[in-house]
Design a protein around this ligand. Structure first.
Ligand SMILES: [Zn+2]
Length: 242
């Protein structure tokens, strides 16, 4: 009889519902989006601080190099002036003006270098603090992942148990009926078969007509709920066994 065959299918449904519920619960657990986002933000802040610090260091380096260049030029001009190679006052004046100009540029450079020396230590401090924040965010993420792994392993163990159990109950069912059940389950949000209790479909609470009820219990054809289209069966004896 069809009803007996469907009772076996209902055992598969019970396992399938448990699988679906387990998956749903596991999917609600955050795999680490929060701490991952926090780490990304900490990295971004650190990169900015490192770039700002590096820019100041580079500027100081460039200016120190430029100052050396000015000093060499000044030395060269002064050597020219005192080496006896310059014979007239006009040339000597020109050299004097050039030296003065170079000295002014060097002084301006030195002023900025002094400023940079004041700016560098706090910039370095900001970078170091940001690096510590990255490290802390990495630790928090690792800690979270370790906790998540415990959940994941538990999920995998329970899922493996259910898959094994499903194999066992599927082995007991009629293959063509099982195929129909699978097709119906795919279309109906994971529930392909429904038990009738007190004349109602337990999935959607729609009353099952008396004639159909008789067909379910004694008939040989597959009966479906007229509202939710799940295959119906009646358990006249006891609740579906595990
Ligand atoms: Zn229904």
């Amino acid at each position: 009889m069809m009803n007996e065959a469907l009772k076996k299918i209902a055992r598969v449904q019970k396992v399938d519902t448990a699988i679906q519920e387990l998956k749903r619960k596991f999917a609600t657990i955050d795999p680490g989006r929060g701490p991952t986002a926090a780490l990304e933000e900490a990295k971004r802040v650190h990169a900015e601080a490192a770039a700002a610090h590096q820019a100041l260091r580079q500027e100081a380096e460039d200016l120190e190099l430029a100052t050396k260049g000015f000093e060499q030029k000044i030395q060269k001009e002064q050597d020219r002036l005192y080496s006896g190679g310059v014979y007239n006052a006009k040339d000597a004046d020109a050299i004097g003006r050039e030296v003065e100009n170079l000295k002014q540029r060097r002084a301006k450079n030195d002023e900025r270098i002094l400023e940079l020396w004041e700016l560098l230590p706090p910039a370095k401090q900001v970078e170091e603090t940001a690096a510590e924040a990255v490290k802390a965010a990495e630790d928090r993420l690792a800690e979270y992942k370790a906790k998540y792994d415990v959940f994941r392993k538990e999920f995998e163990t329970r899922m493996a148990d259910l898959v094994e159990k499903r194999k066992q109950v599927v082995a007991d069912v009629d293959p063509p009926l099982f195929k129909k059940y699978e097709q119906n389950r795919d279309k109906r949000h994971g529930i392909g078969v429904a038990i009738v209790v007190d004349g109602l479909c337990t999935v959607c609470s729609t009353p099952v007509p008396k004639k159909q009820l008789g067909d379910i219990v004694l008939g040989h054809t597959l009966q479906a709920c007229e509202n939710c289209f799940r295959f119906l069966y009646v358990d006249e004896t006891a609740p579906v066994s595990q």
